[in-house]
Design a protein around this ligand. Structure first.
Ligand code: FMN
Length: 356
């Protein structure tokens, strides 16, 4: 399906500036709430969802949870849905279904180093089963009119595996290929191998010149991406992951003030409360998958005296506080208090008491 005219019209990848910047998919981080916070700070050219397991989506039991992960908002578009798994039929089912859900494309994760994901045969484990990887990719492409891209690493245990692995992928002509410049074994413990960029560009140019090449790993912000682009002008785009923790404005040239960051925290809390209420409203009778971690005691809504239970887990929200409350006198103390909270209301009170 990949070559007909309709698809060319639909292809977001052809509409992006060069170089373009992408917010990396990050499980437990780049959900619909945080993506809206990043959009407010300064938009990347393209968003990715956290990854969603194709077999979960394909099963009746896992569908609701998968759809929750695939929730998008008007401000985080254009957005690519990232999927992972090892069952080729399930890749087809999900790629087909994604077409109607507002996504601009489908990305396949062949790079995740997580033990559970790899034990299930997905993510970076696919580097060791290239034939299966190709089958999954082909099935996804056949099942959807959306452009299909791939995100991967250099190899499983040796850096030079890229010489065989990347050509396997490029021969399938993915619309875009993101290379996180490390092996699975290296995790994120060594510096990204920028020195390999010219060789990877050469492989792309030789095998699939139409594939957009995106480089990922240790890129902190827009300025660094533009510097890399000067050095490697053949690279089409750059993907930033953890850089957004150090500076949520990393897609811009803007240096945020303390007040800017506090405003982002407040936005994050408001969005959390809004989605929490929405999940609660949509919940069937019993607790949802996410409700299992909800505190047992009733909480209060922000603007009402009606008691309710948190449905979204509150603990993961705490990982974000360091992004916003950092680098000013007293920040450590305020953060410590925020880490003791159990609800948005309590967090709000800490902020107010600190005069922020
Ligand atoms: C908390 C966390 C979750 C991640 N989840 C995903 C994921 O769902 N899909 C994916 O392709 N990569 C995932 N990654 C990898 C990032 O997308 C990116 O490749 C990696 O962090 C290197 O880029 P960076 O140095 O800019 O952070 C994750 C990374 C982190 C830190």
């Amino acid at each position: 399906m990949g070559n007909c005219g309709i698809i060319m019209d639909m292809n977001i990848w052809d509409k992006l500036p060069k170089p373009f910047l992408i917010l990396a998919p990050m499980e437990g981080v780049t959900d619909v709430i945080f993506r809206q916070v990043v959009a407010k700070a300064g938009r990347p050219d393209l968003f990715f969802t956290e990854f969603t397991n194709v077999s979960s989506y394909a099963s009746e039991k896992g569908r609701a949870n998968a759809l929750e992960r695939l929730e998008i908002a008007p401000t985080d578009s254009p957005i690519i849905a990232q999927i992972w798994g090892k069952n080729p039929e399930h890749f087809a089912v999900v790629a087909g279904a994604l077409e109607g859900l507002g996504f601009a494309g489908v990305d396949i994760n062949f790079g995740c180093p997580d033990k559970n994901v790899n034990r299930a045969g997905g993510g970076a484990a696919m580097i060791k089963t290239p034939e299966l990887a190709v089958e999954c990719l082909q099935n996804a492409k056949k099942a959807t009119n959306l452009p299909v891209s791939v995100k991967t690493r250099l190899g499983w245990s040796r850096v030079d595996e890229y010489k065989e692995w990347l050509p396997v992928l490029l021969r399938e002509h993915p619309v875009a290929l993101t290379v996180h410049l490390r092996t699975k074994k290296e995790m994120s413990k060594v510096p990204a191998h920028y020195e390999l960029i010219p060789e990877i560009v050469r492989l792309r140019d030789e095998i699939s010149p139409e594939t957009k090449l995106i480089i990922n790993g240790d890129i902190k912000d827009r300025a660094q991406a533009l510097e890399l682009h000067q050095q490697y002008p053949e690279v089409d785009g750059f993907m930033i992951g953890r850089g957004v923790f150090a500076n949520p404005y990393c897609f811009t040239e803007y240096q945020p003030t303390r007040e800017d960051l506090i405003e982002l925290l407040k936005l994050h809390l408001r969005l959390y409360a809004e989605y929490d209420n929405k999940v609660l409203r949509n919940a069937p009778s019993g607790p949802s998958s996410r409700a299992s971690v909800a505190p047992k005691s009733p909480r209060r809504r922000l603007c009402s005296s009606e008691p309710y239970h948190h449905i979204l887990p509150y603990e993961p929200l705490k990982h974000f506080f360091k992004i916003y409350i950092n680098n000013f006198p007293g920040a450590g103390e305020i953060r410590a208090k925020l880490m003791e909270t159990h609800s948005v209301e309590e967090a709000w009170k800490v902020i107010e008491d600190a005069g922020l």
